[in-house]
Ligand binder design. Structure first.
Ligand code: FES
Length: 171
């Protein structure tokens, strides 16, 4: 009997097993990848995209604006990750002594209530919650620790466009 007789063809069987495991493993990885990768991309993509917050919105014709503040409402389309929504914003818009248009946020800088213009016939913004007062430029006179915020303003083709909110630059 030669040394080769009686020995199992070990190398051949291992090769077949390896071949099967590579083939099945590769196929499984391909299938799992095909399912999982799109899910991962779906989950992560919106987080990598910039929030759309910096757009300017057309609000009103410039010719309608006077030195007396008037409340204007406008809508912005918000995209935050997967969540899209319409939000209604409010701005008090007027012109200053140099006829420069400016727009103030109505959010009281005390605790966030909504201010109103001239509600006490005092030519001031007044907050109904705890009595904060502000000048027409938004300067805080009482209760609130800071001036009213301002919107970025752009004027184009006779229309006023409002953009992101920024700290008051007038006081
Ligand atoms: S929230 Fe405006 S005075 Fe308090």
């Amino acid at each position: 009997m030669s040394n080769h007789e009686g020995q199992k063809p070990v190398r051949k069987e291992m090769s077949r097993r390896q071949f099967l495991s590579y083939t099945l493993g590769g196929t499984s990885a391909f299938m799992v990848g095909g399912v999982v990768l799109p899910m991962v991309r779906f989950a992560v993509d919106p987080l990598l995209q910039k929030k759309e917050t910096s757009a300017f919105i057309k609000v009103v014709e410039e010719s309608k604006i006077t030195n007396d503040p008037v409340e204007y409402k406008f809508k912005i389309h918000q995209v935050d990750g997967w969540y899209e929504s319409e939000a209604e914003l409010v701005a008090w818009i007027s012109k200053d002594a140099n006829n420069k248009v400016f727009a103030l946020s109505p959010v009281c800088k005390h605790l966030g209530c909504t201010i109103g213009w001239n509600t006490e016939q005092s030519d001031q913004y007044v907050c109904p919650c705890h009595g904060a007062h502000y000048t027409r430029d938004g300067k805080n006179l009482s209760v609130a620790p800071n001036p009213l915020d301002e919107y970025e303003v752009k004027i184009d083709g006779g229309f006023i466009y409002l953009g992101p909110i920024k700290p008051n630059s007038r006081v």
